[in-house]
Design a protein around this ligand. Structure first.
Ligand SMILES: [Zn+2]
Length: 417
């Protein structure tokens, strides 16, 4: 069940209006950005807006087979208040402080549990699912990236961001995960990426057995996989992976890489992510064109550095600005979503199955699998300034804290192959 949240600190402007019957739920400038998608502009509540965004924008990009827009269900205010009370004790403290349930909404979205197959668990056959939040899988090449931010062209945003997360104690150690490996199209590098995610799941990797979490943190970030967790995980895999003690985890990592490789699902996601072709350093100028306000990004740049490139950008046709920002926002959804790959051992029955299957060589097993994208939220236009500021903060923190240290030298070498 997905329930709308509102920031606790209401000094921040609302990304979308409160649920008001009859009028568009999108803010004025968001309506402009999405004007080619009439359905979105006409949406009169947040749940319908989210559904329509997934159906009309994300589903054609990622493939309808892999996307679930959910079902809208009306609820009472008492119900939402009860959920708020109940969620308080279950959500990570950091998140509880940040947001609360929006009790003014009159509906929620119901989605299938994609860690299970639709028919549930048949004949005691187990099913195992992995949830991966891959993050951005390419290096930006936009000419708008300032010289001092050149690191962005050499290292993925995920890896640069690790420095800030470590500095803010959001994580306890740096991850070896590199999205470039996962999106590489090479089975070997994909397997290396999955292995790194398994070792340092943070909030990017979870495993569910028959719908219950067996690895990774629920809702928040989690520490590295220590020996005790490894043992328990290896043990939990017993009912799914037919291999000797000590071999099951590796086989599982192989299984996930095989499915990710054969499904081609990451190629589709990468295409959607690449709709960010200007980088935030470019798209931010188009944003100010849309809201018709003086460009704060140009104002912050050194007088001399405000090259012709930027000034001419403030005289491009509105349609062009709208397209740049719309594509940027779609890419932002694609960079922030997760995918769930759910597996179950394939039985001997001859009857056709609608699912693809994958062969796990190390255990001589065949698995059926399905892939679903989740968390395909529409990013409000207003987030553009926030993205711009955060991008600067992430790069600066990386440069100040990690440059020259051992960990970074290694990163730089790794990215120079
Ligand atoms: Zn500008």
């Amino acid at each position: 069940m997905r329930i709308q949240k509102v920031p606790r600190n209401r000094t921040a402007k609302q990304p979308v209006k409160e649920c008001v019957n009859g009028s568009s739920v999108l803010e004025r400038h968001d309506q402009l950005v999405w004007r080619d998608y009439e359905e979105l502009v006409l949406a009169s509540n947040k749940e319908t807006l989210e559904q329509l965004y997934i159906q009309h924008v994300m589903s054609p990009l990622l493939g309808p087979k892999h996307v679930d827009a959910g079902m809208r269900v009306l609820v009472t205010r008492e119900f939402l208040e009860y959920v708020q009370k109940d969620a308080l004790c279950q959500r990570p403290a950091l998140r509880v402080d940040a947001a609360e349930v929006d009790a003014h909404c009159d509906s929620v979205l119901l989605l299938s549990d994609h860690t299970l197959f639709p028919q549930g668990i048949l004949n005691g056959e187990p099913c195992i699912a992995v949830e991966i939040k891959p993050k951005c899988g390419f290096l930006p090449v936009s000419s708008f990236i300032a010289e001092e931010n050149a690191i962005k062209r050499r290292m993925t945003r995920y890896r640069i961001h690790q420095a800030l997360k470590l500095h803010q104690k959001e994580i306890s150690e740096l991850s070896d995960y590199d999205p470039l490996d996962l999106f590489s199209g090479s089975k070997e590098r994909m397997s290396k990426a999955i292995k790194a995610l398994y070792t340092t799941p943070q909030n990017n990797f979870r495993v569910f057995l028959n719908g219950s979490l067996i690895l990774g943190g629920l809702g928040g970030t989690t520490g590295s996989t220590n020996f005790a967790i490894e043992e328990a995980f290896e043990d939990a895999l017993k009912c799914v992976i037919q291999a000797d003690d000590g071999q099951r985890t590796n086989s599982f990592i192989q299984l996930v890489s095989e499915a990710a490789y054969h499904s081609g699902i990451l190629d589709r996601l990468l295409e959607a992510q690449k709709l960010d072709y200007c980088d935030i350093e470019g798209a931010i100028h188009a944003y100010y064109n849309i809201i018709s306000q003086p460009c704060k990004a140009c104002k912050n740049l050194d007088e001399q550095k405000v090259s012709h490139q930027y000034t001419s950008w403030h005289s491009i046709p509105l349609d062009e600005s709208l397209k740049i920002v719309r594509d940027y926002l779609i890419a932002a959804t694609a960079k922030d979503c997760s995918l769930i790959i759910c597996f179950r051992p394939k039985g001997d029955e001859v009857s056709g199955s609608s699912y693809n299957s994958v062969y796990l060589e190390s255990t001589n097993q065949v698995f059926e699998y399905k892939v679903y994208f989740i968390d395909l939220d529409l990013k409000p236009l207003e987030k553009m300034e926030e993205h711009y500021e955060k991008d600067k903060k992430i790069v600066n923190c990386y440069i100040q804290n990690l440059c020259g240290e051992h960990g970074v030298n290694r990163d730089v070498t790794m990215n120079n192959y």
